[in-house]
Design a protein around this ligand. Structure first.
Ligand SMILES: Cc1cc2nc3c(=O)[nH]c(=O)nc-3n(C[C@H](O)[C@H](O)[C@H](O)COP(=O)(O)OP(=O)(O)OC[C@H]3O[C@@H](n4cnc5c(N)ncnc54)[C@H](O)[C@@H]3O)c2cc1C
Length: 429
């Protein structure tokens, strides 16, 4: 049984059924499949080469490169899935541009390119001059940058609903509107409509993981918001952004933006905050929508006459290493994938491959990846975890805003924002 019908749950169901047609697989989803972040994200199906320094620090260069290559394989596999099953999720592989907006961010771009070169894969992260960045997308905010070729855009809701259709066709049973209240030994899932008993359970609950004792120390929850402009393909042509590249800045409170097939810009990031329970602040914060809109107006002043037509948000499952962990907890029949830290579109496909192999008991290359059953850090227990997440997230946003305005971040914000790294987490500046 799989708890959670987002990408992680659905890809796990897909890979289980693909390998073993006769296996009974049931997905329990409190909302509709894709109703959570999987159906409402920025649609960046991006690689891990920007995470290379952290991966190398944790696991060494060879294991780090192997992990990045598996995520790359998953990006291509998502495209192949769409083709094979007639899911027109706007899959377009055009690469990912990191656009520096300040001197420290330029240094980060150089460091990412250097990390790739040192790991023997210089082609995976290439430095871009300011002119090269502007030629891909003109913005007065952008300086130099870096290009990661492992990046594809998707329309996430179409992908999630298409995946649902495909797994239903493969014989997976899906119960939407079914919240799992608890998991008893067995494992037995207790819902308000009845109980489900299975040989294995998968916790594919993303940021809701903060509510599940088995994995709660691996995750903290904060939110991110997106605004969507009206279609303006002529304006995209004016700024030269017709190549479909994914783009982000290098703030810790990342701003990420992409074009859509109908000529809009979807612009994410800004002011989402952390909280101890997943409630309305994750989806209904007008302040956070306005902050995302403010970022958009700052980066694209030439779009001042193009209206913003929509805005929305959702929770992000922040992991201590900025990377997800996949694995199995005691007594050995409960599996999980959590900690994507806002980058789960492509890695959730990899999670599905890993979790299916863990359930079947296959000793494959992917179950030997270092992110499977990692020994790496955990967050402190409650209430320290959520209080810490709240304070650190606020400090990071203050730090980023000061840097962006060309001010020195104030000492207190700077100290709190840097605290996670001092404590051994790979989070924050
Ligand atoms: C606004 C936003 C933008 C983002 N942009 C990007 C991006 O551009 N690129 C990228 O890679 N990532 C992005 N992310 C992150 C990405 O969406 C996630 O990493 C990814 O969707 C994780 O998939 P998942 O299946 O693990 O989680 P989810 O899609 O959250 O699925 C988990 C599901 O579990 C269900 N659930 C929880 N508790 C229970 C329960 N007790 N019983 C039953 N069901 C339950 C939830 O309803 C949910 O549907 C973004 C996230 C947000 C919020």
């Amino acid at each position: 049984m799989i708890i959670g019908g987002g990408f992680t749950g659905l890809w796990t169901a897909y890979h289980l059924k693909r390998g073993h047609r006769d296996l009974g697989v049931v997905v329990l989803e409190q909302d509709i499949c894709g109703g959570g972040p999987s159906g409402r994200n920025g649609g960046f199906a991006s690689g891990w080469w920007d995470e290379l320094d952290g991966l190398v620090e944790l696991y060494g260069a060879e294991a780090a490169v192997t992990a990045c290559r598996e995520v790359a394989r998953s990006i291509d596999a998502i495209g192949a899935f769409c083709t094979e099953h007639g899911v027109d999720a706007w899959f377009r592989k055009s690469g990912y541009v990191f656009a520096a907006t300040g001197p420290r961010h330029e240094e980060l771009c150089a460091a990412m390119a250097q990390a790739a070169a040192e790991a023997g894969v210089p082609e995976e992260m290439i430095q871009l001059t300011p002119e090269e960045v502007q030629s891909r997308c003109k913005s007065p905010a952008f300086r130099s940058g870096a290009l990661m070729r492992d990046g594809a855009s998707v329309q996430p809701a179409i992908l999630a609903r298409g995946l649902r259709r495909v797994v239903l066709g493969m014989g997976v049973t899906i119960h939407e509107g079914t919240r799992v209240q608890r998991l008893d030994p067995g494992p037995t899932a207790v819902t308000e409509h009845g109980v489900v008993r299975a040989r294995h359970a998968v916790l594919a609950v993303n940021a809701w993981g903060i509510e599940w004792p088995a994995i709660s120390r691996r995750v903290a929850a904060w939110s991110t918001y997106i605004v969507l402009t009206a279609p303006a393909p002529g304006k995209l042509a004016e700024i030269g952004w017709t190549g479909g590249e994914l783009i982000s800045d290098l703030r810790q409170s990342l701003r990420y933006f992409r074009t859509t097939r109908d000529g809009r810009i979807a612009f994410g990031g800004g002011g989402g905050r952390a909280a101890a329970t997943i409630g309305r602040s994750f989806t209904h914060s007008l302040r956070a929508v306005e902050e995302a809109a403010g970022g958009f107006r700052r980066f694209f002043p030439s779009w001042s006459d193009v209206p913003i037509e929509d805005g929305w948000g959702g929770p992000v499952d922040v992991g201590p290493t900025h990377l997800p962990a996949f694995g199995t907890v005691e007594p050995g029949n409960v599996h999980y994938a959590v900690g994507y830290t806002g980058n789960g579109v492509a890695p959730s496909h990899l999670a599905g491959r890993v979790l299916a192999d863990l359930i079947i008991g296959v000793d494959s290359d992917v179950v030997r990846l270092p992110v499977v059953n990692p020994k790496t850090g955990r967050f402190p227990p409650e209430p320290l975890r959520s209080l810490g997440a709240f304070a650190v997230r606020r400090a990071i946003i203050a730090f980023d805003n000061a840097e962006e305005a060309g001010r020195r971040p104030n000492l207190a914000a700077s100290a709190v924002a840097r605290l996670p790294r001092r404590l051994g987490y790979l989070l924050g500046p």
